[in-house]
Write a protein that binds this ligand. Structure first.
Ligand code: FAD
Length: 343
């Protein structure tokens, strides 16, 4: 579809491939990829939700989950902003090979980390690194609504040159009063003056950034140690953690006390699992995941994050008992319909 064509008023569903239409380098090893639907269908999602992309890397597809960094208020295209860490396979493939004209499959949108689920008058968005993506989507969404929002937007990066979306956010903040940007960097760039915060996010900084932090709904996203530091700051200041929401891009550290004790799978107990679509039956133990049992039996169940967040690996249970532990990657409706996470 050409950008000047009037879009059809149908909404995209993940049955249709996405076409990459452009890409933009944002920071070192960070790129934004823009997609449109091939049919011209519009995109509908909650700001802050994610997609899982099927990346055709050599040797078989890899599934990787990325927050949609664009806003549903601009529904003719959709962007993801990806950061490749050292040793990355999937994201690195995107940086090196995904180019305009290529089509890829995607699952979603999914996820509940969105201000639409926690409406408030005042927000405090705190992010680090690529954790800025859901905050970008939510800020654009509020900006596009045309009313002056009340957002204190905190982003932490190693150095100023690594802050993702800095210019775009500064441009938005220059046009309305209600976006207050607070950059925190660990070190300055050589030969460039820096007027933002220097160091790591702490209680003192929060007090200076938003004196009314107790009145704000907090959304936080970044590496787990960062989010833990933010939680400790907030708890230490007496913040009501019912109003704190976070999205993890990586497996959460499991606290033994958090593991439900209603069912305790036994490593010694044998179980049998039948995969109805392929007709294959396999032996496993109670502690094996459905995904692991499928892999051992030579079957491929598409899977992404391996931690129950993205929901790529959900399969329908036709019979029997499966003990499911997930991190939001499966909805109550999915569970009602008989789906279970296979990770
Ligand atoms: C809800 C959600 C939203 C997300 N949103 C974003 C987003 O907006 N932007 C973004 O950039 N990311 C996002 N992520 C993270 C993203 O999904 C990927 O997990 C991340 O980019 C890593 O994937 P990769 O392909 O880059 O690296 P991978 O190839 O998966 O590698 C990850 C790390 O593991 C190591 N590794 C790889 N293979 C092996 C191996 N065989 N043995 C040992 N170590 C290995 C590598 O050194 C690397 O450091 C999100 C994740 C979730 C769950």
């Amino acid at each position: 579809m050409s950008v000047i064509e009037k879009p059809k008023l149908a909404f995209w569903s993940d049955a249709e491939e996405l076409e990459c239409v452009s890409f933009l380098p944002e920071a070192p090893n960070v790129m934004t990829f823009c997609f449109q639907s091939v049919s011209g269908a519009l995109f509908s999602y909650d700001p802050g939700q994610f997609l899982t992309l099927e990346l055709p890397v050599p040797g078989g597809p890899l599934y990787r989950t990325y927050t949609i960094s664009s806003s549903p208020s601009r529904p003719t295209s959709l962007t993801v902003t990806v950061k490749a860490q050292a040793g990355s396979v999937g994201t690195r493939w995107m940086l090196d090979h995904l180019r305009p004209g290529m089509r890829i499959r995607a699952k979603g949108p999914a996820g509940s980390f969105s201000l639409v689920n926690h409406p408030a008058n005042k927000y405090l968005f705190i992010s680090a690194g690529s954790g800025i993506t859901p905050m970008m989507s939510m800020t654009t969404y509020l900006y596009d609504a045309g009313r002056d929002p009340d957002i204190v937007f905190v982003n932490c990066a190693r150095r100023p040159s690594e802050i993702i979306f800095r210019e775009r956010l500064e441009h938005s903040a220059s046009r309305i009063n209600g976006i207050s940007l607070k950059w925190v960097v660990e070190e300055e760039d050589s030969y460039k003056p820096w007027t933002g915060y220097l160091g790591t996010f702490n209680q003192l900084m929060l007090g200076l950034m938003a004196q009314d932090y107790l009145e704000r709904e907090v959304f936080c996203c970044g590496p787990e140690p960062f989010m833990q530091a933010v939680r400790e700051v907030l708890v230490g200041l007496g913040y009501d953690m019912e109003r704190y929401h976070q999205e993890s891009f990586h497996a959460p550290t499991i606290d033994v006390e958090d593991v439900p004790d209603d069912v305790v799978p036994d490593e010694e107990s044998k179980a049998v699992i039948a995969f109805t679509a392929s007709g294959i039956t396999a032996n496993c133990t109670q502690t094996d995941t459905v995904l692991a049992a499928a892999r051992t039996a030579g079957l491929v169940i598409p899977s992404g994050c391996s931690m129950g967040i993205c929901g790529t690996c959900k399969v329908r249970k036709t019979q029997g008992q499966v003990h499911m532990v997930h991190n939001g990657g499966i909805t109550d409706d999915d569970i009602e319909e008989g789906y279970t996470n296979s990770k």
